[in-house]
Design a protein around this ligand. Sequence first.
Ligand code: PMP
Length: 407
Amino acid sequence: MSYDIAAIRADFPILTREVNGQPLTYLDNGASAQKPQCVIDAVTRGYAHEYANVHRGLHTLSNIATEKYEAVRGTVARFLKAGSEDEIVFTSGTTEAINLISYGWAMPWLEAGDEIVLSVAEHHANIVPWHFLRERQGVVLKWVDTEPDGSLDPQKVLDAIGPKTKLVAVTHVSNVLGTVVDVKTICHGARARGVATLVDGSQGAVHLPVDVVDMGCDFYPITGHKLYGPSGSGAIYIRAERMAEMRPFMGGGDMIREVTKEAVCYADPPMKFEAGTPGIVQTIGMGVALDYMMALGMENIAAHEADLAAYASERLGALNFLDLQGHAPGKAAIFSFTMDGPAHPHDLSTILDQKGVAVRAGQHCTGPLMEHLGVSATARASFGLYNTRDEVDRLVEALELAHRLLG
Ligand code: PMP
C-alpha cells in the first residue's frame, strides 16, 4: 500500500492551522499526538447520541455504550496481538497501568531485598511506582546504563538479573533518545530465568508493530493520547498467568460480583482491575484511533517514520552547533538536543515556536537519564505518522535562526 501522506494529513484538522502566523509544524508527538477527524467524530457522537454509563443499566443507551466500550478490548488485543481480549485491562494511561502492576502484582509478591531491574532511560511513570516499593517494603532497584550511542545492551540487562530479581521493567522505545530496545531478547532471557517483564509501550506502540506474544513480555501498557486517541484512555496487556496472580488495586463499583457487610466477592478479570466509572467515550475514541492506525498499517507507519528518522538524523547531524543525544542504529524518529553556548532548551523552544515549530523542552520526566547524559534538560523534536521531510527542513531552518539569535 502506498502511504498517501497528503490524504493522511487531511485527516487531522489541526494540521491546517497556523501558529504565530506560520504553518504549524507539530513535532511534540512524544508528549501527545494530534487526533484524526474519525476520533473527534467518535467522541462527539459518543456524547451527542450514545452516552450513558457502561455495564450498569439495561436501557438502550447503556447497552450501546457498553457494547462500543467493550468492543475496544478486542481492538486493543488485535493491535498488540494478544492471545485473548481477557488479557487487556483498560486504564487512564500508562501511569495508571504501571501503578496497577506495582500495587496489584509487585506489592503482594515482592519482599524486602527482592530486586527490580530498570534502565536509566525509563520515564518517571516506570520509576516512581517502583520507588514506592523501595520506600514501603525495602525492594531494591538495580539500574542498567545506556551505552554512549543511547542504545541499551540487552545482555547487560540480563546480566543484572540475580537470584533475588523478580521483575525487569524497561521501555520499548526511549521517549528522549528514540532508542529502540531489543525487548524480545530481554523478555525471553528474563523468562528463562523465571523473572517477570514489564515493557513500557507508551512510545513503542506508537512507532512500531507490536506482538506481545512474540515479544514474550508479561505486562505491556499503552497510552491512548499518544496513539492519536483521547487523553484519559489507555490499556495494559497482562499475560493471563500473571493476571491470575494479581490482587485488585482500586476498589469500588464494577470490579465486584457481590458486596456484603462481611465480605466482598470480586468480578472475574479483567473487570476485577477496573474499579469505578471508566473513561467511556475516551476509550471508545482510543478504539477508533487504533483502528485508524491498523488501517494505515503499522509496518507502513514504521517505514514512513524510519525515512523521516534517517532524513532528520542527516540534517540535524549536519548542524555543528547542535549536540544530538542518542544515535543508536534504527532509532525511532525522536531527537533530543542542546545547543552550544548558554542558551537553555526553553529559549530554543520559544524561538522555534515563533516559527510555528512545536517541540518540547525540559527533562521529559526522565531525571535519571538526564543525570546519566550529564545534561539538565534537552529540547526534543518527536515525529508522528503525519510528519513530512518538509517539516524536518522547517525545523532545521528554525534551529539555524535560533542559533543566530542565541549562539
Ligand atoms: N512512559 C513513557 C516512555 C512515556 O513517554 C510516557 C509519556 N510521556 C509515559 C510513560 C507516561 O504516559 P501517561 O502520562 O500517558 O500515563
